[in-house]
Design a protein around this ligand. Structure first.
Ligand SMILES: NC(=O)C1=CN([C@@H]2O[C@H](COP(=O)(O)OP(=O)(O)OC[C@H]3O[C@@H](n4cnc5c(N)ncnc54)[C@H](OP(=O)(O)O)[C@@H]3O)[C@@H](O)[C@H]2O)C=CC1
Ligand SMILES: O=C1O[C@H](COP(=O)(O)O)[C@@H](O)[C@H](O)[C@H]1O
Length: 517
């Protein structure tokens, strides 16, 4: 390779050993069957099928190889399922006749099979339909690929996995594969997650299981490794000597939105923090992996998780928005938090003493997710700029994807005054011709390609539950109670006080405004 050239390793080459042997001997061009279990549900219509459609539009699911199956108990026909999905696929502004034609072509790839999640009959029928498709695509026995996407409540994972294992596997070990994507929440605490892992682990190899966390599919989350390890800038700064505190924040400006019944069983820590925000924290805090091989990356993530100290009660603020319990599916005495700020402390050489403040809340005053790395004050400051604010490096995950560095500059003009400004890389402006892919789209493609880098490994999951289980049990037992907060507010004031107590200094009077074109 000539100097100055980038070497970008193809994603499909990051396979585990047994799968690479298969791939070397058998080209992956047999029929591909994608089976969405729970096809009648919310996730399927809002995320899974639209992601498949986007891949189809880009030619990544060729109709001469791919067939899609929806499976659920609801008694509907193929056309009824297609009609339910159509509205989620057509562009919001209506779409051209070509767009509508593409939607129709995609919908024709979908077949619906009705059946229970624990009965042989439905899964035998499903297998028959998949096999029919494989024969019609002239797939040689063994070259066919079967991807099962469990868009289902976790309570049915064990029975569904058993059914797939017994009745729906790819038929030979000559090549091809069967892979299973499972959604979160994977368990409710350490013990239940481990039990679920053992049950499913008896049926499938780890290399066949894809535990999805859609935050790992977001563009700026995927950028974290590149940012940290391909830029000299950050190497000397990314540590306790320079960084005062790190915030990882998720805010939504709507409440449980008709999902109160589901949400109340889990709460904000299980819904957002234990998975999405903790995964982001791992990528911010981990050491450099020895290579981009998924196992090397996941090894480093596990080390960070295992280095997190037990959470202290006084470093937790919980909240519940007023009106949450008005939802008829939420019990009147619910103790479930819809907001939480938790301080995590990583006990290692790089991060000792640096609080990682993870915060998530529903029904707040804005919708955004971001990582905010706040640097320490400049020693021996001659400009007194401490009053104006600290340097911060902010990674805006959504909306308006961006990275910006808040820094102090001279206020242009005759006087020597300092002011807060920023170096701004806003994606909407910098990459105007690039459409940022949806997280689910990318992760489904990774599953087809056999790249597990952006999926959660069993030991990672275990370490993540270990951190939060004692806190979750205290909340479940009513020993810790959420504070009320007004919908549309910043959440309980005590959360801001906790942030300040552990070292975060807010820059008053400064607001980052995403640049417009
Ligand atoms: N919706 C979302 O935005 C997100 C969801 N998830 C996760 O994705 C998975 C699916 O979520 P979602 O689509 O919202 O869930 P739904 O409640 O919509 O359930 C999906 C389907 O599963 C079947 N189902 C529902 N409840 C039960 C039950 N108790 N026993 C057996 N079958 C049942 C229903 O199909 P039928 O009755 O026809 O068989 C339903 O259409 C969950 O694990 C969820 O946590 C993750 C991120 C976001
Ligand atoms: O997993 C979940 O994520 C969504 C937020 O996802 P985003 O990609 O829009 O940030 C959240 O609303 C939901 O409660 C949770 O289950």
């Amino acid at each position: 390779m000539g100097s100055g050239q980038w070497h970008i390793e193809k994603r499909s080459s990051f396979k585990n050993d047994s799968e690479s042997i298969e791939a070397e001997n058998f080209p992956e061009n047999g029929s591909l069957s994608i089976i969405v279990l729970g096809a009648s549900g919310d996730l399927a219509k809002k995320k899974t099928f639209p992601a498949l459609f986007n891949l189809f539009k880009q030619g990544l699911l060729p109709s001469n190889e791919v067939h899609i199956f929806g499976y659920a108990r609801t008694k509907i026909t193929d056309d009824e399922l297609r009609d339910r999905l159509r509205g989620y696929l057509i562009p919001k502004k209506g779409g051209s006749s070509k767009d509508l034609e593409t939607v129709s072509q995609f919908l024709q790839l979908i077949k619906y099979v009705c059946g229970a999640y624990d009965a042989e009959e439905g899964f035998r029928l499903l297998d028959k339909e998949i096999s029919k498709h494989e024969v019609s695509k002239h797939s040689e026995n063994g070259l066919s690929r079967r991807l099962f996407y469990l868009a289902l409540p976790p309570s049915v994972y064990p029975s569904v996995c058993k059914m797939i294992r017994h009745y729906c596997m790819n038929k030979t070990d000559l090549g091809g594969w069967t892979r299973v994507v499972v959604e979160k929440p994977f368990g409710r605490d350490l013990a239940s997650a481990e039990e679920l892992s053992s049950q499913i682990g008896e049926l499938f190899e780890e290399s066949q299981l894809y535990r999805i966390d859609h935050y790992l599919g977001k563009e700026l989350v995927q950028n974290l490794l590149v940012l940290r390890f391909a830029n000299r800038f950050f190497l000397p700064l990314w540590n306790r000597d320079n960084i005062d505190n790190v915030q990882i924040v998720f805010r939504e400006d709507f409440g449980t939105d008709g999902r109160g019944g589901y949400f109340d069983q889990y709460g904000i820590i299980r819904d957002i923090i234990q998975n999405h925000l903790l995964q982001v924290l791992c990528l911010v805090a981990m050491e450099k992996p020895i290579s981009l091989n998924p196992e090397n990356i996941r090894d480093e993530k596990v080390k960070v998780l295992q280095s997190i100290d037990p959470i202290k009660d006084e470093e937790v603020i919980l909240g519940q928005y007023d009106g949450y319990k008005d939802d008829p599916t939420v019990p009147d005495d619910s103790n479930t938090p819809t907001f939480a700020t938790v301080v995590l402390r990583i006990h290692n050489e790089r991060w000792e003493g640096v609080p990682f403040i993870v915060k998530a809340g529903k029904a707040l005053n804005s919708r955004k997710a971001e990582i905010r790395v706040q640097f320490k004050d400049v020693p021996g400051d001659i400009f007194k700029c401490k009053k104006q604010g600290r340097n911060e490096f902010v990674i805006r995950l959504q909306p308006s994807e961006a990275m910006y560095m808040k820094l102090t500059v001279k206020q242009p003009g005759l006087e020597m005054r300092t002011v807060q400004s920023e170096l701004d890389l806003s994606y909407g402006q910098r990459y105007q011709d690039t459409k940022i892919p949806e997280a689910y789209e990318r992760l489904i493609l990774d599953t087809i390609r056999g790249d597990q880098q952006h999926f959660v490994r069993r030991d990672e999951l275990k370490a993540a539950w270990k951190i939060f289980t004692p806190l979750l049990h205290k909340i479940d037992d009513g020993k810790l109670k959420p504070l009320p907060y007004k919908p549309g507010s910043r959440g309980p004031e005590a959360a801001d006080e906790l942030q300040a107590k552990v070292g975060y200094v807010q820059t008053h009077g400064y607001i980052w405004i995403p640049p417009t074109l």
